[in-house]
Design a protein around this ligand. Structure first.
Ligand code: SF4
Length: 650
């Protein structure tokens, strides 16, 4: 059996530290990562506001962390200040911090309360020290890391830190690790700031992580190497090919030569067989660091606005990480802000603070990000996030009333990029793999507790990125989601049961993956580049790796049942917090998708499909898990709570 499950529980108000190991049956039921974080959060009965000392901040690794290929990520969870309204959510970040935490003797870290003054936490080989951090407060995340490495006199120390944005409680402040790994979504940098914790440094050399069957693990790890591929299984375009060659996530096309020009090497997380970050250095801009995927947020905005991107997009990423700002929120906030500006909605006295006429140049982004992070002037309002800012201006209803949203999206975006900010309804704008293109996307957006696509690419890997002819996609759909009918060409949904079933399998599998924890860019291996397998992946691989490490006998189906339990527990948390509405933004039912031409969703068909989804989930017509389902999933505490509060109302 695994040695996973050692908890370090720090009460910052009392400066007290507790350690204990979670019972084996809890590990078997919730695995680790997202599952364990949900379990801890549910049992902590958090009902306070996100930035109150009573909120807890959970950092959870998984039983595979630091051992399996592509298991270098760490989950962060708690009540989110970014979510509108505030609610439980999870985020995660890559790199090496989680692995090092395990080497240092702990698998899960819980922070409670609030330190009296700024501190940093130093965890090394079972020892925990809480040290004053006044000298670090106010510094950017990169400088903080540099100073701590010097202070602790260890180049190998692994550090997570917040920037000024976290200190100033910007609702979408991120937690930064190394030079380019961030827990962005959720705003947990602000939760760390609210607890007066500037950084957490970890180092471990004593603990050896237990592997039940090392030989079996090696065999499976070899298979991972041969099967994983990021994009463009049959390389349908030169652009996809270039992404593959660079080993990076998609960028705008014009950025490829710039990346090639400034890239020093590929880089990534601990134990990754196919690292997806590029290390960029531009000395004349004082920019250096790891970058990937959504971190190139400003290149998409530049591209959408004026047709091409330039070096300033690297600077924008560098600044956002140094200040500790979540780029996903900036992706929706900046276009929104520009729409307001061009329509004359920004009050004159504040419009002068930001050089709007310089958008999307260096001067604009530098001033804007600094003002937000320091909460200066207009930046103080923007620090509340897009939805709260719109509400403050009295424009939320207008903004939500279709036309403005469509115009904002169309003005600044290309069809590939997407929003993942947290807002009303589906907790985001839903332009990330647009629900009008894929009905599975519509169901995911409507029923997930956070923006679904950033941590769940298995569907779009087949339907959007693969470039495989449709018949081959259908075969993979049958293998992965149970029916050939689960995929359809973009914009021609059939609103059938197979699509609802696929959504459920994807959600359950995502919970498993984020609990073990394996990287979403690599797993599940739903599709492969192996033509002799008809490009079909190997979904049992996650179970075999887990068994080799944990000594368990899980099948893919067993793991999916655990995923279902976790998904239902998260649903119960949202119900307890009163934020369990299931809906999609209105514009999706009214307008076609401008770039792909996909028609608006059919409301009647969508509502019918949603009811099918509820039935298949074992939920009632309001989207609440029924008693039988909760018993089946052994979520007895949830049954008790629902009975006590008469949630099911029968
Ligand atoms: S694919 Fe990228 S995010 Fe995933 S483990 Fe590798 S380097 Fe990290």
């Amino acid at each position: 059996m695994t040695d996973f499950g050692v908890v370090l529980d720090i009460d910052l108000s009392e400066e007290k530290v507790k350690t204990y190991r979670l019972p084996d049956d809890v590990i078997m039921k919730f695995l680790g990562g997202e599952g364990i974080a949900s379990y801890i959060y549910w049992n902590s009965k958090i009902l306070c506001s996100a930035l109150s000392p009573e909120n807890i901040l959970i950092f959870a690794t998984g039983p595979l962390t630091g051992i399996a290929p592509g298991a270098g990520r760490t989950v962060v969870a708690g009540k989110s200040p970014q979510s509108y309204p505030e609610a439980f959510t999870v985020s995660n970040f890559g790199g090496e911090w989680g692995t090092e935490l395990r080497y240092a003797g702990f698998d899960i870290l819980i922070l409670r309360g609030k330190a009296e003054e700024p501190v940093y936490i130093w965890i090394h080989d079972g020892v925990v020290e809480i040290s004053r951090a006044k000298h670090l407060w106010g510094l950017g995340s990169f400088k903080t890391r540099e100073k701590l490495v010097q202070e602790l006199n260890d180049e190998e120390v692994k550090i997570i830190t917040i920037g000024p944005a976290g200190e100033k409680l910007v609702r979408y402040a991120s937690i930064i690790h190394r030079s380019g790994h961030a827990a962005g979504q959720g705003g947990f940098g602000a939760v760390m700031g609210a607890k007066n914790v500037k950084a957490i440094a970890v180092r471990g050399v004593k603990r050896e992580l237990k592997v039940y069957d090392p030989q079996a693990l090696l065999t499976e790890a070899e298979k991972v190497k041969t099967l994983v591929r990021h994009l463009g299984i049959v390389a349908p375009s030169p652009v996809y090919k270039a992404y593959e060659e660079l080993s990076t996530a998609p960028l705008t096309e014009d950025l490829i030569p710039l990346v090639k020009k400034y890239m020093k090497r590929n880089t990534g997380c601990h134990g990754c067989p196919k690292p997806c970050h590029v290390y960029i250095e531009i000395p004349e801009m004082d920019v250096k660091g790891e970058m990937a995927c959504v971190q190139f947020f400003f290149c998409w905005l530049q591209q959408g606005y004026r047709g091409y991107a330039d070096e300033v997009c690297f600077l924008a990423k560098h600044l956002a990480d140094d200040l500790g700002l979540n780029v996903y929120e900036l992706l929706q906030l900046i276009p929104f802000l520009m729409t307001l500006y061009t329509k004359g909605h920004i009050p004159k006295e504040t419009a002068t603070e930001i050089p709007f006429e310089k958008y999307p140049e260096k001067e604009f982004i530098e001033i804007l990000l600094n003002k937000i992070a320091m909460r200066e002037g207009l930046g103080n309002l923007l620090a509340e996030g897009t939805w709260r800012y719109a509400e403050k201006l009295g424009l939320l209803q207008q903004y939500l009333s279709l036309d403005d949203i469509e115009e904002t999206l169309a003005s600044f975006w290309g069809p590939v990029a997407g929003y993942g900010g947290y807002g009303p309804g589906a907790r985001g704008y839903c332009n990330h793999y647009d629900p009008r293109d894929y009905i599975v996307s519509a169901l995911l957006w409507a029923t997930s507790h956070r923006d679904p696509w950033s941590s769940s690419h298995e569907y779009v890997a087949v339907a959007h990125w693969s470039g495989l002819e449709f018949e081959k996609q259908r075969k993979i759909a049958k293998y992965a989601w149970g029916s050939e009918e689960a995929v359809h060409p973009p914009g021609s949904p059939s609103y059938n049961e197979a699509e609802a079933r696929a959504t459920i399998v994807i959600q359950n599998r995502t919970c498993v993956k984020n609990s073990l924890i394996l990287c979403d860019w690599l797993y599940p291996i739903v599709i492969s580049s192996d033509a002799s397998r008809d490009f079909i992946g190997d979904l049992e691989l996650m179970a075999r790796i887990t068994n080799a490490i944990m000594g368990t006998k899980y099948s893919e189906q067993d793991l999916l049942l655990i995923g279902e339990r976790i998904f239902n527990l998260e649903r119960a948390i949202l119900i307890r917090e009163g934020v369990a509405n299931i809906t999609l933004p209105e514009h999706l039912f009214k307008y076609p998708q401008r770039f792909t031409g996909s028609p608006p969703l059919n409301r009647e068909n969508f509502n019918r499909l949603l009811m099918t989804y509820f039935e298949l989930r074992g939920w009632n017509s309001k989207g609440i898990p029924k008693r039988e389902k909760l018993f089946q999933l052994d979520l007895i505490d949830v049954v008790k709570f629902f009975d006590e509060k008469e949630v099911l109302g029968e």
